[in-house]
Design a protein around this ligand. Sequence first.
Ligand code: 5GP
Length: 184
Amino acid sequence: MTELKVLIPREKIAQRVAEMGADINRDYAGQSVILLGVLKGAAIFLSDLSRELRIDSTFDFIGVSSYGNRPTPAQELKSGWDSTGEVRLTKDMDQSMIGKNVILVEDILDTGLTLTYLKKLLMARQPKSLRIAALLDKPSRRKQPIQADYVGFSIPDEFVVGYGLDYAEKYRNLPDICIVPREG
Ligand code: 5GP
């Protein structure tokens, strides 16, 4: 593996996550929210974001997996990430969301296929409100017209790792968000 290049250093991530928390505190003042993290990529973002909240909040996790032939990490890097959009729940949340404010917390909004699917699925469960907080956004890759309500950073079409994001399950523990260089 060639060297990783830092795209967003840890200090900038912390500053932006604090700002996102402040936005959520303001928008939901006097109310309570469920932060619903999408495993595993959003785990670190959710744990930092939740500690910025001063409102009444709980958190929960949902697991998803793409159907079909997932590209190998090397293919992902060569041609860019291409999820099929057909998603299956591998872990459901533990609590009911009927009548609750839910914020779906995702690591990165790329083609938008995963979140479009999840949003439709979760809306059927009649939450009071459903918003999306995405740490990263790659708007140039979008295949579905979906936007996050809270976005940390808009980034170019690069494959990134760190702060929860992986490459074949590695690098999730890196404190900075780094670019994996595309070879060839
Ligand atoms: P979608 O294309 O459905 O919007 O993105 C779904 C998932 O693809 C994200 O939650 C994330 O797990 C993965 N993904 C998209 N872009 C990247 C990337 O640059 N790096 C990593 N590690 N995962 C990505």
